[in-house]
Structures are given as C-alpha cells and as structure tokens.
Design a protein around this ligand. Structure first.
Ligand SMILES: CC(C)(COP(=O)(O)OP(=O)(O)OC[C@H]1O[C@@H](n2cnc3c(N)ncnc32)[C@H](O)[C@@H]1OP(=O)(O)O)[C@@H](O)C(=O)NCCC(=O)NCCS
Length: 159
C-alpha cells in the first residue's frame, strides 16, 4: 500500500457550544467534548484508511481549561502513528470566546482507532508517510505509548 502523509487526513471540526451541551453553570460537559474528539479522530482515521473505523482506546485525555456556552470549539485530529491495522490520532481542542476574540487550548488526548473490513475484522491500512523531524518524533513517542499500553493490558489480564 502507498504511504500517505499526515496532511491527507488531518481534519478540524467546529461546534458552537449551546446550553444543552452544558451544565447549569454554563460549562460544556466533558462527555460532549469527548464525543466531538472521538468524531474528529474517526474522520481522520477513516480518511487515512478509507474504511470503517472503531475506537479501540484513549490515553492521556486532559481537560486543561473550561469551555463555556457560546464558545466556538475547534477540534483538530491528526495521525501520529500507523501500525498494521491501527492508527494513533492526536486530538487537540481549542475554544474561542467569540465576544472577546480569545482562543484557549482546552483539551487534548490520543485516540487509537482500528480499521475494519466488511466482516468487522481488523483490516490493513496504508503506512503513514513521515515528512519531517517533528513527525518522526511524534511517531517515536506514539510507538513508546503503544508499547506501554500493551504491557499494561497484559498486566491487567494477569490479575
Ligand atoms: C478494536 C478491536 C477491533 C480490536 O480487535 P482484536 O480482535 O483485539 O484485534 P487484534 O488483536 O488483531 O488487534 C488489531 C489492532 O488493534 C490494536 N488494538 C487492539 N486493542 C487495542 C487497544 N485497546 N488499544 C489500542 N490498540 C488496540 C492492536 O494493537 C492491533 O494493531 P496493529 O494491527 O496495528 O498491530 C476490537 O477490540 C473491537 O471491536 N472493540 C470494540 C470497538 C468499539 O466498539 N468502539 C466503540 C465504538 S466506535
């Protein structure tokens, strides 16, 4: 399969925060933010693999600053790593206060997505084409995260 660059699948999804996304104090629910992040990760992974994808796991999800009703949420998803059938997608969220023109970095996390074939089994995907030192660095860190995740999974299965 032909390697594909990160830029071919990177996506930014936006959403205005409405009252039904938020609690009584006007803060956007964490679950709503995660849903948007998961959707963006799914789009980036589907663009790369040209197949149906599912979320296998999420790591290092951090809520850094609150998001409020009326903010414009900008959710960016970009591939950092590909395996045989799985992809790591780094998702960052910024929130823009439209009254003051201030943009804050509010959330980030790593989503592992797996491509599936028509029978729902993991399907091979194109490798990620690394185009810069920064992308190579991200790729190496992703490989380390996956190694640790697999070790942790084996440990928890042994309990
Ligand atoms: C994710 C899923 C397809 C993996 O199936 P599986 O039979 O365990 O597949 P395999 O062991 O062959 O692993 C396939 C790939 O998934 C990766 N993988 C499996 N479990 C993972 C996890 N928890 N986190 C990250 N990657 C994982 C493997 O490392 C492997 O990657 P590689 O091919 O690039 O080396 C399966 O567990 C599943 O369907 N889970 C439910 C997904 C879902 O419903 N998500 C929510 C809605 S989208």
């Amino acid at each position: 399969m032909e390697p594909k660059p990160r830029s071919a699948s990177t996506v930014t999804m936006t959403q205005i925060v409405l009252p039904f996304h938020a609690n009584v104090a006007g803060n956007m629910h964490g679950g709503e933010v995660m849903k948007l992040m998961d959707s963006a990760a799914g789009v980036a992974a589907a663009r790369h693999s040209l197949s149906n994808v599912v979320t296998a796991s999420v790591t290092q999800l951090s809520f850094i600053e609150p998001i409020f009703v009326g903010d414009l949420v900008l959710c960016k998803a970009e591939l950092t790593y590909t395996g045989n059938t799985s992809m790591e997608v780094y998702v960052t969220v910024d929130a823009e206060d439209l009254n003051r023109g201030i943009i804050k970095h509010v959330c980030e996390g790593y989503f592992f997505m797996v491509a599936l074939d028509r029978n729902g089994r993991p399907a091979r995907i194109p490798p990620l084409l690394i185009e810069s030192e920064e992308e190579q660095h991200c790729y190496d860190l992703a490989r380390e995260r996956i190694k640790h995740m697999k070790q942790a999974k084996n440990k928890s299965l042994n309990c």
